[in-house]
Design a protein around this ligand. Structure first.
Ligand code: VTB
Length: 327
C-alpha cells in the first residue's frame, strides 16, 4: 500500500492539522486583550516552529510579507527539516488579528501546502474576488459582471428566487456600490467585519446560508481561499489590484507578467493541495479554542485536493505543556 496519492505524502495532511492547531492555541492566549500584533506573533511563532519540524523542503510563497517587512514566515523563507517533498506553503497564521484582539468570532489559523510551483506567488496587495459553491455550471459567475447579474445568474442556476440568494461581503466603504447592486437585484447581503477566507469557504457549505462571496480583500487570503476551494469544490475568480507602480514592480518580481489577469481558483492553486484551518475564536465555520486548566480543545477543517477528503477534527489535548507555550 502506498501512502502517496501523488506528490505529498498523505501523513502530511494530518501533520498540517497539527500545525494549525498549535497556531490557534498560541493565538487564543491573546483573545480579547486588544493587541493584534501580539496575537499574530504568537501564531507565527507556533506555526513556524511546527512547520520546521515537518519532513518537507518547504518554501513560503504566501506569508507574513516580504523579506524586508516580515522577520518570520516571509515570502521566500525555507521551512521544514529539508528532507521530504518540495512544497509551496501559503499561510495566514492568524486570519483575523482584529477579530482575535477584540474577542470577536471567526478568527482562524490557516495553512495550505502544495507541490512546489503550484500556488500563485502573489504580493501582499488587494485582490478582487468572487466565489460560489460547488455544483453550478462553469461560468455562472464573472468578476467583470455586475453583482446584480451575478446574483441573478446564481439564482437561475440554483433554481430559486433571487431573494433566496445571500452574498457575503466585507463591511467596507469601498463595497458600497457592490452592496447596493446586490440589494437592487433583490438578494440579501451578509456583512462580515474581517476574515474573507472563511467568507469564501462559507459558499461551499449550504448550512451557512451563504451562496456567494464578492469583494476586495487581501491577495494572500485570496490564494488561501482558492487552495481551500481546490479541495472542497466551488468556483472562484480573483484579480490582483496593481494600480501603484511599486505594487506592479513587486508582482513582476514574483513572476507575474499579465497584471490584469483574472485567475480562477485552479489557476491560483493546483496539483496536490492540502488545506488546514483551526478555529481561534468560535464562528460559523469552526469552534474556537476552549481551555480548562491544562486541557485545550481544538476544532480543525483539513482537506486534500487529490483525494477530495474533508476532515473535521475535534481534538482534546490533555497536556498543554506539550505545545511548547511558555506558561
Ligand atoms: C482583507 C481580508 C482579510 O482583512 O485582507 C482584510 O481579505 C483587510 O481589508 O480576511 P482592509 O484593509 O479593508 O481592512 C481581513 O479581513 C483579515 O482580517
Amino acid at each position: 500500500m502506498t501512502s502517496k496519492a501523488s506528490g505529498i505524502d498523505r501523513i502530511l495532511t494530518l501533520e498540517l492539522a497539527r500545525v494549525t492547531e498549535r497556531g490557534a492555541v498560541a493565538a487564543a492566549r491573546l483573545i480579547g486583550f486588544g493587541d493584534e500584533k501580539a496575537a499574530d506573533q504568537a501564531a507565527v511563532d507556533a506555526i513556524r516552529r511546527e512547520l520546521n519540524s515537518l519532513d518537507i523542503q518547504g518554501e513560503v510563497v504566501i506569508g507574513e510579507g516580504e523579506r524586508d517587512e516580515a522577520p518570520m514566515l516571509y515570502i521566500g523563507e525555507k521551512v521544514g527539516t529539508g528532507k521530504g517533498p518540495k512544497v509551496d506553503i501559503a499561510l495566514d497564521p492568524l486570519e483575523g488579528t482584529t477579530l482575535t484582539a477584540k474577542g470577536m468570532g471567526n478568527a482562524l489559523a490557516v495553512v495550505a501546502m502544495a507541490e512546489a510551483g503550484s500556488l500563485l506567488n502573489a504580493p501582499d496587495v488587494y485582490m478582487e474576488k468572487i466565489a460560489i459553491g460547488d455544483g453550478y455550471p462553469d461560468g455562472t459567475i464573472d468578476l467583470d459582471a455586475d453583482p446584480a447579474d451575478n446574483v441573478r445568474a446564481l439564482a437561475k442556476a440554483k433554481g430559486v428566487d433571487v431573494s433566496h440568494i445571500t452574498v457575503c461581503v466585507l463591511d467596507r466603504p469601498r463595497h458600497a456600490s457592490i452592496i447596493q447592486s446586490i440589494r437592487d437585484a433583490g438578494a440579501r447581503v451578509s456583512l462580515i467585519t474581517d476574515g474573507d477566507v472563511a467568507g469564501v469557504i462559507h459558499t461551499t457549505d449550504p448550512a451557512t446560508g451563504i451562496d456567494m462571496y464578492i469583494g476586495t480583500g487581501g491577495a494572500p487570503e485570496g490564494v488561501l481561499a482558492a487552495a481551500a476551494l481546490c479541495c472542497i469544490g466551488g468556483q472562484m475568480q480573483g484579480r490582483l489590484i496593481l494600480k501603484e507602480k511599486e505594487h506592479q514592480a513587486r508582482a513582476k518580481r514574483m513572476g507575474i507578467t499579465d497584471l490584469d489577469r483574472k485567475y480562477t481558483a485552479r489557476e491560483m492553486a493546483s496539483g496536490d493541495v492540502v488545506f488546514s484551518a483551526t478555529g481561534v475564536t468560535s464562528g460559523s465555520l469552526l469552534d474556537g479554542i476552549k481551555r480548562q486548566g491544562d486541557t485545550v480543545w481544538t476544532d480543525t477543517l483539513v482537506m486534500r485536493s487529490t483525494t477530495g477528503t474533508t476532515r473535521r477534527i475535534k481534538a482534546k489535548h490533555t497536556n498543554i505543556s506539550k505545545f511548547n507555550l511558555d506558561d
